[in-house]
Design a protein around this ligand. Structure first.
Ligand SMILES: [Zn+2]
Length: 439
């Protein structure tokens, strides 16, 4: 029976706003002038909880938890483990007791070591909010009744969801995965929502090859999601909308063997800074193909460019193919840019005009006359490309007056201007073709 005296101090904490402790029948421990139940008794600062022997831990905490789970399952009530502190490895064992699902609220709960489950049925009302897993969190033994709901959770160590079956949504809003996140082979019936999540290391959402096509993901939403490490969706079939439009990938993501949904969106080139990892070129090629298959030409073009940048960087610096590739990229983003050839066209001709006009001015023409001569001569080179090499009957002053065909500078400029112009026009035509092709 609950004592009439002190109650667990957790209800005084500001975040709980007077919400009482769910375990009033448990003995209380005194620490820092307050009374706490075994669940809410903090650790650190010489707390008696730090000195519990394994037997005491079992008697005071883990045994009590197993009992509370049993009662909740029996009475079909939910369990509130908010603000509880678990200092040692914890196993939630569903093979004991009635085996009914239990909904557990974990808010600000601290797991200082690992958390495991054994055939444990987590009820539909279960949620993890602002929880810190300082050790491994292993959910492979969970039988989810419906969704898996994680909000602003921090996984300080490996998050293990390998092969779990989630009949509803998998929500990981604003969740931080400090170490590997393993969702390989996980079956998620409804949407996977990773909005605001941050994967610091590897994230594995792959499916085993033999089950290809049998494991479906519905929609995948990853708005403002950061994948800093490797991320793989290998062999996944996406049954619904896939939104990576504001997600960033520190390492080229792997989509080999995937079937992407028509409504699949990726962000721009800034979302894919990696053109140096060894697998980057092959991964971008896969994405370029996938985007091409669904006629998403802008994304196809982007991944094509990324693929060739990655390929280029895998070659030695003196390799002529690397040099040509770098030029092709700089001048036209591998034949896809309209702006770059236009800029080249304008710059080359403006520079030629200025050089001709400057030369005329240098040789004594007035400013206006120099401009006229420069413009005229620049136009001549466009409409009669390389005509500068043909000996003129009457060379135009001041060009060609010296030695009949003009001096070296005029000859050089008059040669380069039409060649660069032709190249820019060709690149422009390529860019237009990329942009508007329909096959
Ligand atoms: Zn308490």
């Amino acid at each position: 029976m609950a004592e009439a005296g002190p109650v667990c101090a957790v209800h005084l904490s500001e975040v709980r706003r007077g919400q009482p402790c769910q375990f009033p029948h448990l003995p209380l421990f005194e620490f820092e002038g307050k009374h706490w139940c075994a669940f809410h008794l903090p650790t650190g600062n010489g707390s008696p909880k730090d000195k519990w022997t394994p037997e005491e831990l079992q008697a005071h905490l883990h045994g009590q938890l197993a009992r509370a789970v049993g009662v909740a399952a029996e009475k079909k009530t939910s369990l509130d483990l908010s603000d509880a502190v678990f200092p040692e490895n914890l196993l939630l064992d569903g093979t004991q007791g009635p085996g009914r699902p239990v909904s557990i609220k974990f808010e600000r709960t601290v797991f200082s070591k690992a958390l495991f489950f054994r055939s444990f049925r987590l009820g539909a009302g279960t949620m993890f909010q602002d929880v810190h897993f300082e050790g491994r969190a292993d959910f492979r033994g969970v039988l989810f009744e419906r969704s898996a709901a994680f909000f602003e959770v921090t996984f300080g160590d490996i998050a293990q969801f390998m092969g779990v079956k989630i009949p509803g949504e998998a929500l990981f809003y604003n969740t931080k995965f400090m170490k590997e996140a393993d969702f390989s082979g996980a079956e998620i019936a409804d949407d996977l929502r990773l909005d605001g999540a941050h994967f610091v290391e590897k994230a594995d959402f792959s499916a085993p090859l033999e089950s290809k096509g049998s494991i479906l993901l519905a929609g995948v939403f990853a708005r403002d999601t950061r994948f800093d490490g490797e991320v793989t969706f290998r062999n996944r079939t996406f049954g619904g909308e896939v939104d990576f439009s504001s997600a960033t990938f520190g390492v080229a993501p792997e989509f080999h063997g995937c079937k992407l949904h028509q409504a699949t969106r990726f962000g721009g080139p800034k979302a894919f800074p990696d053109t140096r990892s060894s697998a980057a070129a092959a991964r971008y090629r896969t994405l370029a193909h996938a985007m091409g298959d669904m006629r998403a030409h802008d994304e196809e073009a982007m991944f094509f460019t990324l693929q060739h940048r990655a390929l280029r960087r895998s070659r030695p610096i003196y390799d002529p193919i690397r040099v040509f590739s770098a030029w092709y990229d700089a001048l036209s983003s591998y034949g896809q840019s309209l702006a770059r050839p236009l800029a080249l066209l304008a710059t080359a001709n403006a520079a030629a005009f200025l050089a001709y006009a400057g030369l005329a001015f240098h040789r004594g023409a007035g400013p206006l006359h120099s401009a006229q001569l420069g413009a005229l001569f620049a136009f001549q080179q466009l409409f009669r490309p390389l005509g500068i090499w043909i000996k003129l009957e009457e060379p135009t002053w001041p060009f060609g007056a010296l030695g009949g065909r003009g001096d070296a500078i005029v000859l050089l400029l008059g040669t380069l201007q039409p060649i660069v112009t032709a190249a820019a026009l060709y690149l422009l035509a390529l860019g237009i073709r990329w942009r508007f092709r329909r096959w």
